[in-house]
Design a binder for this molecule. Structure first.
Ligand SMILES: O=c1ccn([C@H]2C[C@H](O)[C@@H](COP(=O)(O)OP(=O)(O)OP(=O)(O)O)O2)c(=O)[nH]1
Ligand SMILES: [Mg+2]
Length: 157
């Protein structure tokens, strides 16, 4: 069973395939760069850009979409999602964009139709903060940031 997510395709997205799960077990849908034909975008080292997907979506209430890097691009070229995981809110109706940054040493060129990131849809838990005087006691207490040891071994507190 798949969750149905309405999508509209902007003029610059027409002609590109709609993102879909690549395999039955793929968590994400690869997002495709809806850049102009014959107008590649080059990101210099540390260069960044909001890359258009040409898509607007209407997520069901109670869900979000996370924009995550593709590991192959990250490993091979140092290309990653600057705000990973990017958050697409359920009430957002604008174009989904991918904020990419080139953390590699060489320029990276992106072309129309290239798969640049992946989108994972996840449930959201809504919360309401309730102020109290004291929190419940735990073994960890306020220890964090390496308090249990950095070698995966003994607790060093
Ligand atoms: O990678 C991203 C991140 C965000 N968005 C869109 C959808 C999201 O719902 C909206 C706002 O994102 P976010 O809350 O991360 O940005 P903000 O800087 O807090 O802006 P706002 O004040 O509009 O919430 O921008 C994207 O298209 N791609
Ligand atoms: Mg926000």
């Amino acid at each position: 069973m798949s969750l149905r997510v309405p999508v509209t395709v902007l003029p610059h997205g027409v002609g590109l395939p709609l993102p879909a799960h690549a395999t039955d077990g793929s968590a994400g849908l690869d997002l495709i760069a809806a850049l102009p034909e014959n107008e590649p975008l080059t990101l210099a080292p540390l260069g960044r850009a909001a890359v258009p997907t040409g898509l607007c979506i209407a997520l069901p209430e109670g869900f979000e979409a996370q924009i995550r890097p593709r590991s192959g691009l990250a490993l091979k070229q140092g290309l990653t999602v600057l705000n990973a995981p990017g958050t697409v809110d359920a009430d957002y109706r604008g174009e989904v964009k991918v904020l990419l940054i080139n953390l590699g040493e060489a320029p990276v060129t992106l072309e129309r139709g290239q798969r640049i990131a992946q989108m994972v849809v996840a449930p959201v838990t809504r919360i309401k903060l309730v102020e109290v005087g004291d929190l419940t006691k735990t073994t960890r207490g306020s220890g964090g940031f390496g308090s249990t040891g950095l070698d995966g071994g003994t607790i060093s507190r």
